[in-house]
Design a binder for this molecule. Structure first.
Ligand code: SAM
Length: 262
């Protein structure tokens, strides 16, 4: 039975076995790992994952694809039907860990649909305490933004938020021909590992608000973007030049501004 790829669900199915093997090798799986795959699709990653794990959880939105997975009748596969954007990763970590600690236990894997890649990563910020690591395929341009340094073109709000919580390790790029249908852009696989000293939820909320303001208009100086929230003197007290643009600041400057605003 053939499946017609649905654009609205960002369906570009992996077909290059070498890419699949490379991603699996990067995971260095142990059979007892608590792995959740986002968007199993036709199973390009799911089946090899299942063969290496005692148990696998997958989250899929497309009912036709869910029916195919159900037809596998595999007891070691838990299929969650629904939108990953509504999914509670911390609750899953607790469920999978049983009597053991769920802290930093969950391994998140997926060839993410392009339309939800960035918002999903932002959502994962709230669950970082439950996460051991994240290995995902994204647009290469997004991976560049995740990993960007201050002062470079790709550095922005996403870089600040993700780098405040995760160590970001780009692993390899993947050509469009590795997928069917082939997307118009290059992809890349990235590994995110939670930092030990990630900000607490309150500090994270303040950082979200602060970066929203600071990057509101990329052409404007901090003084202008932060008008009504932090004045020039407050910025100088934080050792930050009010005439600077947000994209030139390092992470610690954002954390100082967030602490002052929060
Ligand atoms: N893992 C498969 C592969 O590598 O060939 C499929 C990857 S495809 C890029 C993305 C998958 O995510 C599709 O199966 C799609 O139906 C699913 N998906 C899209 N939006 C979703 C959402 N909001 N929640 C859960 N799954 C979603």
């Amino acid at each position: 039975m053939t499946h017609k790829a649905r654009k609205r669900f960002g369906q570009n199915f992996l077909q290059d076995l070498a890419v699949i093997e490379r991603l699996l090798a990067a995971l260095r799986l142990q059979p007892t790992d608590a792995v959740v795959e986002v968007g199993p699709g036709l199973g390009a990653l799911t089946l090899p994952l299942l063969s290496r794990l005692e148990h696998l959880t997958v989250i899929e939105i497309d009912r036709d694809l869910i029916a195919r997975l159900e037809a596998l009748r595999d007891d070691s596969l838990t299929i969650i039907s629904g939108d990953v954007m509504q999914f509670d990763f911390s609750a899953l970590a607790t469920r999978l860990s049983g009597t053991q600690s769920s802290a930093h236990s969950l391994r998140v894997v997926g060839n993410l649909p392009y339309n939800i890649g960035t918002p999903l990563l932002i959502r994962l910020l709230d669950s970082h305490e439950a996460i051991r690591d994240v290995h995902v395929m994204l647009q290469k341009e997004v991976v560049d933004r995740l990993h960007a340094s201050p002062g470079t073109r790709a550095f922005g709000r996403l870089s600040v938020l993700i780098q405040s919580v995760f160590d970001v390790q780009p692993l390899f790029t993947v050509a469009a021909e590795a997928f069917r249908p082939a997307p118009k852009i290059q992809s890349a696989v990235v590994r995110l590992t939670p930092l030990e000293n990630a900000p607490d939820p309150c500090a994270m909320e303040a950082l979200q608000a602060c970066t929203r303001l600071a990057f509101a208009n990329k052409r404007k100086t901090l003084r202008n973007n932060l008008k009504g929230h932090l004045d020039e003197n407050a910025l100088r007290e934080l050792q930050i030049d009010p005439q600077a643009r947000a994209e030139t600041l390092d992470l610690s400057a954002f954390h100082r501004m967030a602490a002052k605003l929060g």
